[in-house]
Design a protein around this ligand. Structure first.
Ligand SMILES: C[S@@+](CC[C@H](N)C(=O)[O-])C[C@H]1O[C@@H](n2cnc3c(N)ncnc32)[C@H](O)[C@@H]1O
Length: 190
């Protein structure tokens, strides 16, 4: 089983240092969101992206396999009195949302943690609307002082090849700072 980021260390995800090298506001700006967007943050962790995205879009689904992470998100929702975020405890290979219900499926530093990439890509296709986009941010596959060990990382080209096998097509390769890449995919037939 792939290593999962420990919910007990969630404060690392919200650190000031991380805001400098992977700033949520500038990443979300690049994600092309609008007031009409239905946004699903799969592997939302402590809500580093889910919380600020709720100020931009119509609806946010904050989804994770760890209840401990969702507890942190729920507390932030309560404190900030947000009304357009719903949290979902999901299963490793399934996303518990209806067909065609999401405009943007977002995964930040999650793809390398997935045990069943093929299963998640099938689910991604199912929940995304026809013109929906899937955005994958992950660690560059190179040695650095932070992040997962290099053998757990997955390169940008590998992600593209896996997603193309899963019937997605690459639309954009975007800059996401010195340590991460950002890829935007559409469904193949659209
Ligand atoms: C490194 S954390 C990143 C959290 C958040 N996306 C961020 O960038 O701050 C990865 C998260 O993905 C979650 N995760 C891993 N596999 C998952 C899966 N199959 N479905 C949903 N969440 C998953 C983990 O529980 C963890 O909270």
């Amino acid at each position: 089983m792939a290593h999962k980021f420990d919910a007990k260390k969630a404060e690392i995800l919200d650190s000031a240092d991380r805001r400098r090298f992977l700033n949520p506001d500038s990443i979300l700006k690049k994600a092309g969101l609008s007031r009409d967007t239905i946004f699903a943050d799969l592997g939302c962790g402590s809500g580093y992206f889910a919380i600020p995205s709720s100020l931009i879009v119509k609806k946010v689904y904050a989804i994770d396999v760890q209840e401990g992470m969702l507890d942190i998100v729920r507390e932030k929702i309560r404190v900030k009195k947000l009304t357009n975020i719903e949290t979902f405890l999901s299963k490793e290979s399934s996303i518990l949302l209806p067909d065609n219900s999401v405009d943007v499926l977002f995964m930040a530093n999650v793809f390398h943690e997935l045990d069943d990439r093929g299963g998640i890509l099938k689910e991604a296709k199912r929940i995304l609307s026809g013109r929906g986009r899937m955005i994958i941010i992950d660690w560059k596959k190179m040695e650095m002082e932070m992040g997962p060990p290099i053998e757990e990382r997955i390169s940008e080209d590998e992600v593209i090849s896996i997603c193309e096998d899963g019937d997605f097509r690459i639309l954009e390769r975007l800059e996401a700072g010195a340590y991460n890449y950002m890829l935007v995919f559409g469904k193949s037939a659209t």
